[in-house]
Write a protein that binds this ligand. Structure first.
Ligand SMILES: [Zn+2]
Length: 500
């Protein structure tokens, strides 16, 4: 009897261990054939920055400490840091004849010891480590640099108007190059789009600035006298706007605190009302159809990017283009509404679900354009009503459906042999960034929606979002997930048309 009990207990333990191993194995591996790209990398865990903005010299002093973990299986003796400021200055020199701006690295240290480094292709800084960094080891690198701030209405630059200044500080901080499976990803600076890091990290920033200037940044800001502290966790990039020209409205949508900044001009009231309504409708529609916004706050700040420029997305911060409301004689409400609903959608596809914005821009731009046009654009809410009230050229919902259907109808003619999985430096002669990454990617998703039917497609969207929330995706992952939802001949034919 006793023996039998012992035997049974042994058997139970063996079964339990077996079950544990089987379950654990399934947990460890991502579903079926979907590749895992979210581990095995050199990983930036946190950034600690001390910045000093000099508004007389129009320059920025930066001391950036990066906490880096070797999350690969091999020891390394070199780390690659990116600094895009020389590329931006070179771009401005070539395109705007602006050759006065410079930037330079002052030192790179670890544990107060100077490290040797070599700069290649303007933006690639190869740092030689004094000791091997073994798997799971952590190192802190401190980069000290100084850069001039371009006189340009852009993501990194300043503008001056009769009532003050706007400094846009982004694309100007040194960061760890992205790394996948031990390979460094070294895409060049790309002015038409983005080639930022898409690795999540935590940030703590202190910025010194003049009195009477507001600091608007990704995450939370706390100003005391001449210093503002910024804290932001789980973000892929950071942006800071420093200005003495803005005021703000604060309100809440879906539990998110919105800081909606505005400039003062004769169209201010319309700008404030339209942006507030677009923010409210867009966040509601995206939350209900896709999932939860990843942060507690969202800052929306107007910039003067010039005519024809949409806006710019960062995690928890959006730059809208307020040029026509501030500088123009003709306010372009329709473009503002389109641009803002697009940048808000990037909080779902870019900030929450990340991807390589350079080599696979079709992912974040395509899904974002889909959210903008299909979800927000066809939503008959307050924002749309007000837009039609103040802009006689703005389309009705029926007009939006009509233009969508016309685009779908000619997609096969327009995009034959122009594949979405092409990097900008490999485009064919007929391809360009806007057409490929926005329009064609949007039409790929529309074709999928029609073939799958709305219900199945919406389920796919939600699953993609929830599964890869605060993670990264690539083309293979998305195609595998599409096929998990629908592996019909029709779907395979669509994939074959858009991807090589
Ligand atoms: Zn976009």
């Amino acid at each position: 009897m006793k023996k039998k009990i012992v035997l049974s207990i042994c058997l139970l333990i063996i079964i339990a261990i077996g079950l544990y191993l089987v379950c654990n194995k399934n947990n460890g591996i991502k579903d079926n054939n979907i590749p895992d790209i979210n581990s095995n990398k050199i990983d930036a865990i946190s950034y600690y920055m001390k910045l000093d903005l000099d508004i007389n010299m129009k320059s920025l002093m930066e001391e950036v400490e990066i906490e880096i973990k070797n999350d690969t299986y091999e020891s390394i003796d070199e780390i690659i840091i990116r600094d895009m400021t020389p590329s931006i200055h070179a771009y401005n020199k070539k395109n705007y004849n602006n050759d006065k701006q410079k930037s330079n690295i002052i030192s790179i240290k670890s544990n107060e010891q100077q490290l040797e480094y070599k700069i290649e292709k303007e933006s690639i800084i190869k740092v030689k480590l004094n000791e091997l960094l073994k798997p799971n080891d952590i190192i802190k690198l401190k980069v000290e640099m100084k850069t001039d701030i371009p006189d340009r209405q852009d993501r990194f630059g300043y503008v001056r108007r009769k009532d003050g200044y706007i400094y846009a500080l982004s694309f100007c901080f040194p960061y760890l190059a992205d790394n996948k499976n031990g390979e460094w990803i070294l895409s060049p600076y790309f002015d038409d789009g983005e080639s930022r890091s898409y690795d999540l990290a935590n940030y703590e920033i202190e910025i010194k600035h003049p009195k009477d200037y507001l600091v608007i940044a990704t995450g939370k800001e706390e100003t005391s006298d001449l210093v503002t502290k910024i804290t932001a966790n789980n973000i892929r990039d950071v942006a800071i706007v420093v200005t003495n020209m803005m005021e703000k409205d604060t309100f809440e949508v879906e539990g998110i605190k919105i800081n909606n900044y505005y400039l003062k001009s004769k169209y201010t009231d319309k700008y404030r009302k339209l942006t507030e309504l677009v923010i409210k409708d867009a966040i509601k529609v995206y939350t209900n159809n896709i999932g939860k916004y990843p942060y507690e706050e969202l800052d929306v700040t107007p910039l003067l990017f010039g005519f024809g420029y949409g806006g710019m997305e960062y995690p928890g911060l959006i730059m809208t283009n307020a040029t026509s409301f501030y500088d123009g004689t003709l306010m372009d409400a329709w473009s503002l509404s389109d641009g803002l609903s697009h940048e808000i959608a990037h909080q779902w596809f870019y900030a929450a679900v990340g991807n390589n914005e350079y080599s696979e821009a079709w992912i974040d731009e395509g899904f974002t354009t889909y959210l903008e046009r299909q979800l927000f654009g066809l939503y008959d809410g307050e924002a749309h009503k007000y837009l039609r009230e103040i802009d006689e050229y703005a389309p009705s919902i029926e007009d939006n459906i009509k233009s969508r259907d016309e685009l779908i109808e000619t997609a096969r003619e327009d995009y034959k042999d122009k594949f979405l999985n092409t990097t900008p430096d490999n485009y064919s002669e007929e391809q360009n960034y806007g057409e490929t990454e926005y329009e064609e990617a949007y039409l790929f998703l529309q074709e999928l929606r029609i073939a799958m039917g709305d219900d199945k497609f919406n389920l796919f969207l939600k699953e993609l979002y929830n599964k890869y929330y605060l993670k990264e995706v690539n083309t293979d992952i998305i195609i595998s997930l599409i096929k998990e939802h629908d592996n019909s001949e029709r779907i395979n034919e669509i994939i074959k048309f858009y991807f090589k």
